[in-house]
Design a binder for this molecule. Structure first.
Ligand code: ZN
Length: 546
């Protein structure tokens, strides 16, 4: 899936950012820029700003920023590749799919999924089948979800060799260590993406040893926060409504008990990406997380995320200590008469004013996440009645704290991202970095630095930063008006760049000094040669840069 850099730039330039974003949210021209209500957080006055000249957007409320590709990626939950392809289509630029770089990885995953599955069904798989049978999982369910089993000895490499697949692909996916299988004596749950391709695996031990569940390695292909277990297998059942559970076994149990419209969140920390993923199937969800404190907290968080994405949210609560799996074992199936709406779930008995205040604030927060005006009105009404609190009070918008002034930050990743952003906009800062032979310590910014030094525009450099927070910092100063050559303003940015560089180098020197002090016995560190070197660097920093 290699697309040439030239083609990416061509597609980006052929798709005016204000038009593309304008297809999704109303934008109004203000000066050189366009402004609109941010689609990524709730606000009443527009702080989402789009610059046609620079080809980037930034929200001055929540900080989200990027180019036309990242907008589509975040808004539609697409991959970079999909976004490029989509925008390519709009302007008639074909993105060839000659050789999908991921194709070999998909083949590797598919081979392993098949191999584990056939092992489970073979003589070798007896311990696994016995374990699943004890938990009431039938052959039909095993086949539907292609469950697998890994024996004691390694089996992958022998099979892969004969098929001509490369070992490094299996190692990249975290399935092989050399020629040895990583997973042994485990039940295997293949995890598929939207297109039905296996992208990763969950595993469970047969006994009660910890950790019970381990997933295969996160990679560019396997990003848990963007996936839902079972969503591919149950895709035709979740069109109307989906039941969200925490784990693999919860899903399999209740699927088998007849509740087939179920997906699992691969852990308790439900994400916005997962909500958007689910949204392409349904906008109605019932959360059925475990009946313990962690499950409760996770439910509260998931409620807010779903509401923010415009879902109808309900909750199926369980008695303390029970989860969907154990409940179904006891009662045969889930009891949907116990389903509550999210307000009923959140309302607790308050025994004093402090508790009630906390509850009201919690609802303020939740309501502030709701983007649909009608839903917001109706639920505010409902909550107001239930709590006996005026609607005005419930709708007080919580002020989103302003992004920290970077100049005080000690976070070197953020500082480096900001510096690179300044350098991408101001050639003099770029020259400074080149002259000083500046290196980044943040791995993710290595390629970004190379692009900046190469003179790429901010909008194109942004493609190299997949971390949202780093993107935010990269664009910290992108929206200042571009200065004319040789004006005072230009000097300002040169100084700003120097300040950032200075700060970064200082933090690095201090970290080195600290490390040195810890290594060398008290008193001696100050006299060591290395320490003098650092001191000298510190002094020269003062002279040269500041
Ligand atoms: Zn925003």
């Amino acid at each position: 899936m290699k697309i040439s850099q030239d083609k990416i730039i061509e597609i980006r330039e052929a798709n005016p950012i204000e038009e593309i974003i304008g297809n999704y949210i109303p934008l109004k021209k203000v000066g050189n820029n366009y402004k609109g209500l941010c689609p990524f957080h709730l606000e009443k006055t527009p702080s989402f700003t789009v610059s046609p000249q620079k080809g980037i957007y930034k929200c001055f409320g929540c900080g989200k920023s990027g180019n036309v590709f990242t907008f589509l990626m975040e808004y539609n939950n697409m991959s970079f590749y999909e976004a490029v392809q989509e925008l390519g289509k709009l302007v008639g630029i074909q993105v060839e799919i000659t050789k999908d770089e991921n194709e070999d990885l998909y083949r590797a995953n598919e081979l392993v999924a098949n191999l584990y599955h056939s092992t489970l069904l073979s003589g070798q798989g007896a311990p696994g089948r016995e374990w699943l049978l004890k938990r009431g999982i039938s052959d039909d369910t095993i086949r539907k979800f292609m469950l697998g089993y890994t024996p004691e000895q390694s089996i992958i490499w022998n099979e892969a060799k004969t098929k001509g697949l490369k070992r490094e692909n299996f190692e990249f996916l975290g399935l092989l260590n050399g020629t040895q299988d990583v997973f042994r004596r485990k039940i295997i749950f293949p995890i598929r993406n939207r297109a039905g391709k296996v992208v990763g695996f969950g595993s469970r031990v047969l006994d009660n040893s910890e950790p019970k569940y381990i997933n295969s390695k996160e990679s560019s292909m396997f990003k848990k926060r963007r996936l839902l277990y079972g969503a591919y297998e149950t895709r035709s059942e979740i069109r109307k409504e989906a039941i969200l559970v925490e784990g693999y076994m919860d899903l399999l149990s209740i699927y088998q008990a007849g509740t087939k419209n179920v997906v699992a969140s691969l852990g308790t920390a439900f994400t916005q990406e997962q909500a958007r993923y689910l949204k392409s199937y349904t906008k109605s969800v019932t959360i059925a997380y475990d009946g313990d404190t962690a499950g409760h907290k996770a439910t509260e968080r998931a409620i807010d995320i779903f509401l923010e994405e415009g879902f109808d949210v309900k909750v199926l609560p369980f008695p303390d200590g029970e989860d969907p799996d154990s409940y179904v074992k006891k009662h045969g199936k889930l009891n949907f008469t116990e389903v509550q709406n999210f307000v009923e779930f959140k309302i607790k008995k308050c025994s004093n004013v402090t508790e009630k205040e906390e509850l009201v604030r919690n609802f303020q927060e939740t309501l502030s996440k709701m983007n649909d005006p009608l839903k917001k009105e109706l639920w505010t009404d409902e909550i107001s009645k239930k709590l006996g609190i005026g609607k005005d009070l419930l709708l007080i918008e919580r002020v989103i704290p302003k992004t920290n002034k970077v100049s005080e930050s000690k976070n070197i990743d953020n500082l480096e991202a900001t510096l690179l952003g300044i350098a991408a906009t101001y050639p003099k800062v770029r020259e400074l970095l080149a002259k000083k032979d500046f290196k980044v310590s943040t791995n993710e910014l290595k390629h970004t630095l190379a692009l900046v030094l190469n003179g790429e525009t901010s909008a194109d450099v942004l493609n190299s930063i997949s971390n949202e927070n780093l993107r935010k910092h990269f664009t910290n100063f992108s929206f200042e008006e571009a200065p004319d050559e040789d004006t005072d303003k230009n000097t300002d940015y040169e100084k700003l760049g120097k300040d950032y560089l200075n700060r970064i180098l200082r933090i690095r020197i201090n970290a080195e000094k600290k490390e040195l002090k810890e290594k060398i016995p008290e008193g001696k560190s100050e006299t060591s040669k290395k320490f003098y070197d650092l001191k000298r660097q510190e002094v020269s920093l003062k002279g040269e840069i500041a």
